[in-house]
Ligand binder design. Structure first.
Ligand code: IMP
Length: 180
């Protein structure tokens, strides 16, 4: 275990199992469709690489970088798209792939932005959901692998100051790392 990690929450094995189950669910729900999986960079890259291989229906992938700002972010849809999609989503089924749903501010804004492009549907698949966090929106994940408490987690794509993304497990970061 990394010296900055307090405790492992989910092992590589547990993550693999959860992704398999969620992938099977998505495969069944999108049977005969051709969904576009949209990863939100950078946190989703590891999750994307694994979940896409558990989705057995035809699909393609794309990525976005988005930042929401201000308290108006959700109601007014204020979101700064730092990297937009390369794909035309008109009439497509879009499935957003996210690392963690915290306040839901970013995803609520991203979803609203994508809906303006007239896709057939927009759903959300998140690896983690901080269920006890203060949500700024009533947006819910359509698919998720794990619930977590309101604590700071790293690994499996999730970072603190761009570190720890390469850990193969998900762990709680020691407080002293971000409080020093
Ligand atoms: P939201 O808009 O508050 O839902 O923010 C979600 C984003 O914040 C995620 O995509 C992560 O990049 C980041 N984030 C929130 N909580 C954590 C955490 O515990 N560890 C690492 N990143 C986090």
């Amino acid at each position: 275990m990394h010296k900055d990690v307090e405790k492992i929450l989910f092992t590589e094995e547990q993550i693999r199992e959860a992704i398999k189950a969620v992938g099977a669910q998505i495969t069944a729900d999108y049977e005969g469709k051709n969904p576009l999986l949209v990863g939100i960079l950078k946190g989703s890259v590891v999750f994307m690489a694994d979940i896409m291989r558990e989705i057995k229906t035809e699909c393609s992938i794309d990525f976005m970088v988005a930042k929401s700002y201000g308290n108006e972010a959700v109601s007014s849809g204020n979101v700064r798209i730092l990297k937009d999609l390369d794909t035309d989503i008109h009439g497509r089924d879009v499935l957003i792939i996210e690392d963690i749903l915290d306040t839901a501010r970013t995803l609520a804004a991203v979803k609203k932005y994508l809906l303006q492009k007239n896709p057939s549907s927009v759903k959300i698949c998140t690896l983690l959901d901080k269920v006890t966090a203060d949500k700024v929106s009533d947006l819910k994940a359509d698919y998720k692998c794990f619930d977590v408490e309101n604590q700071f987690v790293v690994g499996y794509g999730l970072d603190y100051a761009e570190r720890y993304r390469n850990l193969s497990y998900i762990g709680i970061l020691k407080r002293e790392v971000y409080e020093k």
